[in-house]
Design a binder for this molecule. Structure first.
Ligand SMILES: *Cc1c(COP(=O)(O)O)cnc(C)c1O
Length: 411
């Protein structure tokens, strides 16, 4: 079993270890929730200060040109493209995942006349289902959401399916889906595919172009460290861009917004999926996060995530079975994202007891304890400390207190 000094040795040999200094993390916390809110890059406060005082405060509206504010959505999109296996010109930063899902699913359904099914899997992240449901309601009888068990997905692909929407990494179990295989399967049935990269961009090797993916969305505030509520991104394969229409046809997606024409003319390329004015303060923070993460490169990030999750699984395997902990993530490292999920009957209280001891993970229904191992900010000693404290919380039953059972609004 891994000892703490062996964990220290792994940190000393870790090629990504120096990049941890690029983040601000509290000394007394083991942060295992970078999969929900990435840590603060050390350069973000200084950059925001500059945008506030110089760009906004002094240069005012001239900054749209002078400081390139207007280019930020596409500029950051290109940096994200390098993390998700996309050639230039296919990624843009905009809105939230929810809004981007709406825009892309609507465009996909419109582009597949005669097909009215949006196919998803049970247990998908709720907003993905809610948005698809809302879109179908809006379209009246034209479209319907069909959600099936993951095993039934391939068998449900028929000539009525317009688009399949799937998370690359399951947010509960951390299981990675077969992007290449499922995309090919959907194409064979004549459907488009939209992949949600919320739990893979910035932690796994994603190959959108090589897998011939049609559409994708992803998150700015998780592994990309863009800050709470950071804007999201979307990907539209070059071959589809001139054929798909943004239903939220706002002026920022117009071919020439500053001609103020009465009629909408879409921009060429992925920029047509912009809608309103981009949030510059949030984009400035996101740019620093993406730059910091992109410096590591996807293969080093993925290798470190696999090593961290494997070390954690090996330590948890030594926790006596009678303490009621069960691995709810795939055992094979290659089938796992950057997280490990454990099931426990009193999962919520266990997470609260760990947070009280400085180990921050999170809880998801039903009874699931999630630990995210963001590769740039998590050390092997953090893995060791977390596993050790987890066992201690279970052995001493310190989770069994009223204050640990009280549910907060955000879990
Ligand atoms: C985090 C997450 C989202 C978040 O959506 P927002 O609209 O950006 O809040 C969506 N889908 C998945 C799979 C997620 O993990």
């Amino acid at each position: 079993m891994l000892t703490r000094s062996e964990a220290e040795a792994l940190d000393a040999a870790d090629p990504l270890a120096p990049l941890r200094a690029e983040f601000r993390l509290p000394e007394d916390v083991v942060y295992l929730d970078g999969n929900s809110l990435g840590a603060l890059p050390a350069a973000t406060p200084g950059r925001l200060d500059e945008v506030l005082w110089t760009e906004w405060g002094h240069d005012l509206i001239t900054s749209w040109n002078r400081h390139g504010w207007i280019e930020l959505p596409l500029r950051i999109g290109e940096r994200i493209a390098s993390l998700v296996g996309a050639a230039p010109g296919q990624v843009v930063v905009a809105d939230s995942i929810s809004v981007n899902l709406f825009k892309l699913l609507a465009a996909a359904v419109e582009a597949r006349p005669g097909r009215g099914v949006v196919l998803a899997v049970d247990g998908e992240f709720p907003t993905d289902l809610y948005v698809a449901e809302g879109l179908c309601r809006l379209l009246g009888g034209r479209a319907e959401l069909r959600s099936v068990r993951p095993e039934a997905l391939a068998g449900s692909l028929d000539q009525r399916v317009a688009v399949v929407t799937l998370s690359h990494v399951d947010f509960r179990s951390g299981e990675v889906r077969d992007m290449a295989g499922l995309t090919e399967h959907a194409h064979h049935a004549g459907a488009l595919v939209l992949w949600d990269l919320a739990h893979s961009a910035g932690v796994l090797e994603v190959e959108l172009d090589r897998c011939a993916v049609d559409l994708a969305v992803g998150c700015g505030y998780k592994y990309l460290c863009g800050g709470p509520g950071a804007p999201a991104f979307l990907y539209v394969a070059g071959r589809h861009q001139e054929l798909l229409a943004n239903p939220l046809s706002g002026w920022m997606g117009h071919a020439e917004p500053f001609r103020f024409e009465p009629a909408y003319r879409p921009a060429s390329g992925v920029a047509r999926f912009l809608s309103g004015t981009p949030p510059i303060l949030s984009l400035a923070a996101l740019e620093v996060g993406v730059e910091t993460v992109a410096r590591a490169g996807p293969s080093a990030l993925a290798a470190k995530a696999r090593a961290l999750t494997s070390a954690f699984v090996a330590l948890v395997d030594h926790v006596p079975l009678e303490l009621g902990l069960r691995l709810a993530s795939p055992r094979e490292p290659a089938r796992r994202g950057g997280q490990v999920t454990l099931a426990h009957e009193h999962g919520y209280a266990v997470v609260q007891a760990l947070i009280a001891r400085g180990v921050i993970g999170d809880f998801r229904e039903p009874g699931l304890i999630r630990f995210g191992f963001a590769p740039l900010t998590t050390r092997f000693v953090d893995v060791w400390d977390a596993a050790t404290l987890l066992e201690e919380v279970l052995v001493t039953r310190s989770w069994d207190r009223p204050e640990h059972r009280r549910r907060a609004r955000v879990t």
